[in-house]
Design a protein around this ligand. Structure first.
Ligand code: NAD
Length: 490
């Protein structure tokens, strides 16, 4: 299908294998941040809607969980092929609903494919364990699914973040309810359609749209055993507390404020382009984006080159939109406030306009120098294409600035000195560290997850760690030879 003539799916709940009309629901408009056009209406589901999805998932669970994981992943292999065959269409949908560029949206869907491939490999990773613990007595461990689980996702990766959790949870035998961000609910519709086309039985995967009320109903529902959440720290804390107080297991990923520590010996071109790409990619709306560059000593040559690169980043061309007018205003207010507090705006992305897309929400790449650690822009998550440069006298001062952040998703160091890189990577207080890499996302099979206020709960959300989250170990002790010696242990 040509991406220009492509039909935009309408946001609907998907429960028990059926798409439900919006009738009777409160709805919200889904707006394309590219130009402000209305794309769809999204239902704001109630606890009753959620309950219908939980009932459908519960009904599907016995048959789904009894399949072998090798059988279950056959459907995910087919699903992966469908995603690949429809890559351009899916990328266009992400572009339209989220506002990122087509290139970024394509990379997002390719990452969903990689995540699905990991899920397809799960049968090779969960073969369990067996050991002869006494003569003739064996203990075995099987990793069993935990039942009906829920995944709650944010606006910034409408396709990829649901793929952090859904394919793994399904491969491991769980039935899933996805609650996409109400701002970007359309990719989830295509996900449901493609999983159905791949042969997933009805009820195994469900989509329940909505906002706060729907999330609260998820946290409270007695038949949901586990909740994964990705979003802001404020909501991650609410969800983690509410889900765990209702005795569910929960992993809740929150916001970020990622520091890149740049030393004077860093490779000029690689560093400038990496910092620029990290702070402006996906319009800075990545939890792995560079938010602060801590320059150690004289890094003026790198700052100058960074500014030159930032000026080549053009809204509406190689820079997408931010998600909403409110986001644009929030980001610009951070810049204005920093300037008023004494910081120097070297490249100014405020008041960006894209010809022909005047209704869109654009902020240009922005470089602000001489930010001090006490400024609001140095402490809070801006979530826009903005880099705050903080100057440090030495490496220990730079580390102290990074360590003072409440967040701890990612941190990176740029240097050609292995000794300095190692010193910093050991001391940075973050779950994901980059050395000469601006967006240090661990690729599969390594897990994704931050520290501090960037993640609540045990383990990472993807990779091998997620296998523990989506399963419970069943330990069986067996003896078949009646002549075996019996002692108090077995
Ligand atoms: P958000 O917290 O506003 O929303 C996330 C989800 O929570 C949505 O599904 C939303 O419907 C729901 N929600 C919103 N308010 C709620 C409330 N009061 N009670 C219950 N549920 C509520 O986040 P967002 O704006 O969609 O996404 C951006 C944020 O997500 C940023 O802070 C970003 O850093 C973070 N993020 C983190 C990671 C990570 O891996 N740590 C990844 C992506 C995004």
């Amino acid at each position: 299908m040509s991406v220009t003539t492509q039909k935009i799916p309408q946001a609907q709940n998907y429960i028990g294998g059926n798409f439900n009309e919006l009738n009777g629901h409160q709805t919200m408009e889904v707006i394309s941040p590219l130009d402000g056009a209305t794309l769809s209406k999204v239902p704001l589901s109630t606890a009753t809607d959620l309950d219908a999805a939980v009932k459908a998932a519960k009904a599907a669970f016995p048959a789904w969980s009894e399949l072998t994981s090798k059988d279950r992943v056959q459907i995910l292999y087919k699903y992966r092929t469908l995603v690949e065959q429809n890559l351009a269409e899916l990328a266009h949908l992400v572009h339209v609903e989220n506002g990122k560029t087509i290139g970024e949206a394509t990379a997002e869907v390719l990452k969903s494919i990689e995540l699905t491939e990991f899920a397809c490999s799960i049968p090779q990773l969960v073969q369990g364990e067996i050991m002869e613990v006494s003569k003739g007595v064996e203990c075995r461990i099987d990793k069993k699914p935990i039942g009906v689980v829920a995944c709650i996702s944010p606006f910034n990766f409408p396709h990829m973040v649901p793929h952090w959790t859904v394919p793994n949870a399904l491969a491991l035998g769980n039935c899933v309810i996805l609650k996409p961000s109400e701002t970007v609910p359309l990719s989830a519709v295509r996900m449901a359609e493609m999983l159905q086309e791949a042969g997933l039985p009805d009820g195994v995967f469900n989509v329940v749209n909505g906002a706060k009320e729907t999330v609260e109903a998820i946290c409270d529902h007695p038949d949901i055993t586990a909740v994964s959440f990705v979003g802001s720290t404020h909501v991650a804390k609410i969800v983690y507390k509410r889900a765990t107080s209702n005795l569910k297991r929960c992993v809740a990923l929150g916001g970020a404020k990622n520091h890149l520590i740049v030393l004077p010996d860093a490779h000029l071109e690689m560093t400038a382009t990496n910092v620029a790409a990290s702070m402006s990619g996906c319009a800075g709306q990545r939890c792995m984006a560079a938010a602060a560059m801590v320059g150690v000593g004289d890094v003026d040559h790198i700052v100058n080159r960074l500014c030159e690169v930032a000026k080549t980043i053009v809204p509406g061309d190689n820079l997408g939109s931010v998600i909403s007018q409110a986001a644009k205003e929030r980001i610009e207010a951070y810049i204005t406030e920093a300037e008023a507090a004494g910081a120097k705006v070297l490249v100014d992305g405020r008041n960006a306009n894209v010809a022909g897309k005047e209704g869109g929400f654009y902020v240009g790449a922005t470089v602000i120098d001489y930010v001090t650690p006490d400024m609001k822009i140095a402490k809070e998550e801006v979530f826009g294409p903005v880099i705050a440069i903080i100057r440090a006298k030495n490496i220990d001062e730079a580390i102290a600035i990074e360590n003072a952040s409440n967040y701890g998703n990612a941190a990176a160091v740029f240097t050609q000195s292995g000794r300095h890189a190692r010193y910093i990577m050991e001391r940075a207080s973050a779950g994901m560290i980059g050395v000469n890499i601006g967006v240090p996302v661990p690729r599969e099979p390594f897990g994704f997850g931050g520290w501090n206020d960037s993640k609540f709960g045990v383990g990472d959300i993807t990779g091998k760690s997620s296998i523990e989250f989506w399963t419970q170990p069943k330990k069986t002790t067996m003896k078949w030879n009646p002549e075996a010696f019996t002692n108090w242990m077995s």
